[in-house]
Every structure is written in structure tokens, then in C-alpha cells.
Write a protein that binds this ligand. Sequence first.
Ligand code: SAM
Length: 260
Amino acid sequence: MQAKKSLGQNFLINDAIIQQIVSLFTFQKDDLIIEIGPGRGALTSYLSKLPSNLLCIEIDMDMHKYLDKYESDKCHILYNDILQTDLKSLINNYHYHNLYVIGNLPYYITSPIITYLLNSNLSIEGMLFMVQNEVADRFCAKPGHKEYGYITLVIDYYYHAQKEIFVAKNNFNPIPKVDSAVIKLTKKSNKYNIDTNKYFAFLKECFQFKRKTLKNNLRKYDFSLIKEVLEEHHYREDVRPEEIPQEVFIESFTKLNSEK
Ligand code: SAM
């Protein structure tokens, strides 16, 4: 059967890499793993051998001929669009200790899937995703790097993000145009007590025009308040947003809101 380009079907064919991915977390018997886009079962074949419960969500019904054999008491396959799936009510049927999400993601909806999971209010302990290599760099960037931006900070708010494995394009069938990488997201114990919707909207404004300084992006705010925070952390007034770490953005946001 032909791979469906429109569904981002590039199947992983290197067993050594699959084993490396699955061993990035130590899954326990009472954990629940959600796999997004199992496809022909490259990862599923290993995940289904673990003692944990496994729930796979695949949009393409045609994959059932590859996936039926993995169905068991502890492995269920649901044929649905992940972005239309009510994960919260679905996982209510399970008793589990930690929840993990794994997937060699369809590249055409990588960011929507990650945003969807971050907004889902599910307490996800860890995530492992195969994404395009340059997207991995953006998700895991550190301040001072050109890839660092809004999405980096949204992920970093909840998770430690680490690029773990570079995967060259010839490890897939069909071979995609670009190389990939596996990223590992590990939940942070968050100490901040802020309105995340408002904070993320503020971050969006900070990065509205990436080449501009923070000051120029935040013209509608009282920048003297932000300047105080910047000075405390030894940043110049003309600093660019991609140089600033999360804590300094949070402090600036908090200061602006407390002075209202
Ligand atoms: N896990 C397999 C592997 O590693 O070989 C397949 C990975 S392939 C890159 C992406 C998979 O996601 C495909 O099986 C595709 O059908 C599925 N997919 C695409 N869009 C989806 C969606 N909205 N919801 C769930 N699965 C989707």
C-alpha cells in the first residue's frame, strides 16, 4: 500500500533507532502511554511489549491491517484525528500513575499537536516526539540562539526540552525531504502562579517582530517597568527578545500586571 503524503506518512525503518527512542524513558507497569500516529507499527511493536498500558490514535483506517495484531487487553488502537480526540474523557477510562505521549509525528501538524497537548490540561509526565530536525532546534533552543522564540518559551514553561537523537532522512520510507530528530520533554514542577493565557499573549507580543528589540515590540507597555527588571538581570535596554530567559519574561510580565 502506498504511503499517503497528505497524512505525513514517512515510516521509520531503522530498528536500532526505534529501540533508542523507546528507551528514553523508563516506563512502569502502571503508566499509560499514548502513541500518536502508529502507522504501520514501527514504534507500536516495541511499545506494546512494555508492561504499561498503550493507547494508539491513528487517523488512517487503512492502517488496521498492520495494527490489528497489537490489540490486546493493554493495547488499544483508536482510529481518529488526534486533534479531534477528547483525550481527557478517553483516558478517564484508565487508572494510571504517569501519563506519557509518544509519536513520530506527521510533520504537517507538528506544532498544532504540541500546542493541543500543552493546552489539554492533562498532566503529561513526559513526551517523545520525532520532528523535523530544524523544528527540534526551535523547540529546544536556549536563549541567545536564533531559533529561540515564542514556541520555545511556551514549551519551556511546562517542560525541560532536550534534543536526543538526530535521525537522517534515509531512515524513513518513503524518504522525506529533510532530516529529523527526536526530542524529549520532561515535565517541570512549575512554581509560577500566573495567568498563562495572558502570559503567552504577552510573549507573542515580545516576539512579534523578531529582528526588533524588545522595547520596539512592546511599545504599548510602560517600558520603564520592564527596564527595571532588565537592569536587575544585567540586560541592556536595547536587548532583543531571543536573548532573554523565561524567568526574566515572567518577572517583566508580573511587574507590568502588579502596577496596573
Ligand atoms: N509511527 C509510524 C512510524 O514511525 O513509522 C508512522 C509515523 S508517520 C510520520 C505519521 C503517522 O501519523 C501516519 O501513520 C499518519 O497516518 C498519522 N497521522 C497523520 N495525521 C494524523 C492525525 N491528525 N491524527 C492521528 N494520526 C495522524
